[in-house]
Structures are given as structure tokens and as C-alpha cells.
Design a protein. Structure first.
Length: 231
């Protein structure tokens, strides 16, 4: 008997300059340099990291934004957190929104973020992803669990630690939260060398807290692939 994985190749359409073949049921992770393709965002990120490195008395790191590619029988979906560009979120598969900076400021579109689970979605900076697509799982049940969890991701204020997780909530938090809640071994997921993903640990902390409260996922955990983060 097989191991339950569906390894039929799925040909995904162009997305941010990339194209390839991935398993028909799978979750892939991308590490995208912060501000890739956006000059001002990149400069702001460099300034932020320089300040944090000085405060924490450590070497500077490169900052990364994470995104997921989920392939299920109904199609291919891109998952990420972004600013809200307009009121047509349904076209982008928006499943949740939250405030940026201050909770009260979230009434204004400029100060809101959105969480997308976008069928055949496009991530403009995907071509800049370091290391390409990292396969997280090809187990159909685990893949479905990640897919189903995205709409229920917590949406605290971006840039603040309202959850008491020890660091701010960010785009990386929603990715690590969904993977952790689905039973993926996030401790085995590697970051690029000399990298930091602000908010990644916050998502893990909150998800594990949720597991304690509501119980583990229905299916046994399937370890993720890769080595422990470092550098």
C-alpha cells in the first residue's frame, strides 16, 4: 500500500514569474526578501533591522516575508498577508482583515491588512523567493487542514504584541499559525542563511496556545521538511 500521498504532478500557471510542477495535494512555503521589488519598503526594512540589531546587540540579518502555495483538488491557492489596496477583496480571495499599528486606525483602509487565500493568485515578488518553493507537506489530510484553517487565523493588530507572544504580529505570524495549528512540525522549517522572519515565532506561540485550549488536530502530525532555522 502507498503512504496516502497524491503525487500526481500539478502544473501551476505563471505566478510572479515562476512556473513548475508540484504534487496535486501539497503545501509549499516561500521566503521572500522584505521589500523585494519595492525600494521604499526595502529601505524601511533595512532601517528597522539596523535599529533592532543595535538594541539587541547582535549582527544585522536579512528580513523575510513568507507566503504559502496550497494545492488541493479544487485548484492552487496563494496565501499571504498584504495591505488592503481596495474594496474588491473577494476577487483576491480575502478571508480575513485586521488593523495596522493601532486597533482604532483599522477603520481606515490605509491602516488595515488582509489575509488572502487566492485561487490562482499572483504574488508579484515570488520570483525573488530565496531557495524557491520549500515543500512542507504532500499529505492530503494535512494539506486540507492548512487550507481550512486560513480563514480562522487570528487578526490582532499588525506590528503589536496584543497576544502576549513575545514579539509583534506580522505577515509571518499568519503563516506559522496555520502550519502549527495543522500539525506541521514548524521547528523543522529552515529560514535562509542570516535571515529573520519577524512575527514567525508569535504565530507559533499563539497556535500552540490554541491547541492546548481546543485540542490537537484530528490527524496525527506530519513533520515538515528542512532543517532547523539557524544563521
Amino acid at each position: 500500500m502507498g503512504d496516502g500521498r497524491d503525487l500526481r504532478p500539478y502544473r501551476r500557471p505563471p505566478a510572479g514569474g515562476t512556473i513548475g510542477r508540484v504534487p496535486a495535494s501539497s503545501v509549499g512555503l516561500y521566503w521572500i526578501p522584505l521589500g523585494a521589488g519595492g525600494h521604499s519598503v526595502r529601505l524601511n526594512g533595512v532601517a528597522y533591522e539596523a535599529l533592532m540589531a543595535a538594541v539587541e546587540r547582535r549582527a544585522r540579518c536579512d528580513l523575510y516575508h513568507s507566503a504559502l502555495e496550497i494545492v488541493v483538488p479544487s485548484g492552487r491557492y496563494m496565501v499571504e498577508m498584504t495591505p488592503v489596496p481596495d474594496g474588491r477583496g473577494r476577487r483576491r480571495g480575502v478571508v480575513a482583515e485586521g488593523p495596522v499599528g493601532l486597533c482604532t486606525a483599522g477603520r481606515v483602509r490605509l491602516f488595515r491588512y488582509e489575509v488572502r487565500r487566492w485561487r490562482d493568485g499572483v504574488i508579484p515578488d515570488l520570483a525573488h523567493a530565496v531557495g524557491g518553493r520549500t515543500e512542507i507537506t504532500t499529505d492530503p489530510a494535512r494539506t486540507r487542514a492548512v487550507f481550512d484553517l486560513v480563514p480562522s487565523v487570528p487578526t490582532p493588530t499588525w506590528g503589536r504584541d496584543e497576544a502576549g507572544a513575545g514579539e509583534m504580529w506580522s505577515c509571518n505570524s499568519i503563516i506559522s499559525w496555520a502550519l502549527t495549528r495543522a500539525g506541521v512540525d514548524v521547528d523543522a522549517i529552515a529560514l535562509p542563511p542570516r535571515a529573520r522572519a519577524p512575527g514567525w515565532d508569535a504565530g507559533i506561540v499563539v497556535a500552540r496556545r490554541d491547541v492546548v485550549r481546543s485540542g490537537p488536530p484530528a490527524q496525527p502530525a506530519t513533520p515538515g521538511r528542512g532543517s532547523r532555522p539557524g544563521g
